[in-house]
Design a protein around this ligand. Sequence first.
Ligand code: ZN
Length: 254
Amino acid sequence: MPLNISVSIAGKDLLLIYGVIGDIHSNYEALTAVVRELQEERVDKILCTGDIIGYASEPIRCMDLIRELNCIVVAGNHDYAAVGKFPADYFNADARAAILWTAKQLSSEYRDFLKNLPLVVEVNDITLVHASLNHPEFFDYITTGAEAQLSFDILKTRICFYGHSHVPLAIFLEGGNMRIDKGGIFDLQNVDKALINVGSVGQPRDWDIRASYAIYDAEKKIVQIKRVKYNIHDAVKKIYSAGLPEINALRLMG
Ligand code: ZN
């Protein structure tokens, strides 16, 4: 059974601005660049759509920062795979090599942290999940309208933030019609429900190598996808030094 958690934050009306991040994939350089921006934006709470680890070289520093910032986090497939909660043979050889490498870096404290991540969290008018909402434990991609509809059918809140594909995108339900928007600024005033993929902090796959994240203004009902440059050179160097697959470094350079 998927582990679901509902969080009702006291004084929720004060939570006006959310930062939403995900698919960090052990890229500490990218994560710190995004966190710096979130702090400048003065977000009230940071939400994370999972996959803190995998691919790159700094899983522990990334988990430490996520915990220090008191983020609300759901599990990604890489997070669960590193602790045996999702099969490693689901992944291609390079992703799997990084998962096995990461598993060796984890003390029992970090293993417990990853094991105990929930698959779905509801926070006020937001649902957080890594991939599709129906059967979140399978980590299926949402690639068609029919697949999006299955997630909409389950969605109890107005907005669902997710990740997994590393490509930012919004899918809206408006008066029974579905619409896709890749524009990056989404006005939710007239939207019944929204599935919003926030892209990837640590390994974008949409031909823009800058880290991707979202800001949600709950008062104005606006979501904005933002991009930030980070020190890719250092991130790449660290991947080579750790002896991780070269492709995990090359992918960061586009
Ligand atoms: Zn990912």
